[in-house]
Design a protein around this ligand. Sequence first.
Ligand code: AMP
Length: 111
Amino acid sequence: MNIFEKIITREIPSDIVYEDEMCLAFRDVNPQAPVHVLIIPKMCVPSTNDITTDNAFLVSHIFAVIPKLAAQLGLTNGYRVVNNCGADGGQTVEHLHFHLLGGRAMDWPPG
Ligand code: AMP
């Protein structure tokens, strides 16, 4: 069981900011912006490479949640959503997740 599955089952604590039947959002332990939240599906999908027509509803659900969550977190001036996939993408936890970053202006291009 990876660390995000343990967060879903409450085996390890996290600062949860949103939850519903399909997804969970909690604050990143190593924030890269004043607001840095991870949104994950409760169903285990290891990475973006594993998104299929059968499970893509989880992604559309998460992206429907993101604007509400951003508003809840006070990100009225915009935000960034990031997904890291695989080694070159910088993915360190093999459970699909989207970073919601805000509270400051973001740089482009990312490093
Ligand atoms: P990624 O590098 O895209 O796979 O992102 C994984 C993220 O999970 C990193 O930003 C970590 O800081 C974050 N992270 C790892 N363990 C925890 C934890 N226990 N609670 C919250 N965030 C975590």
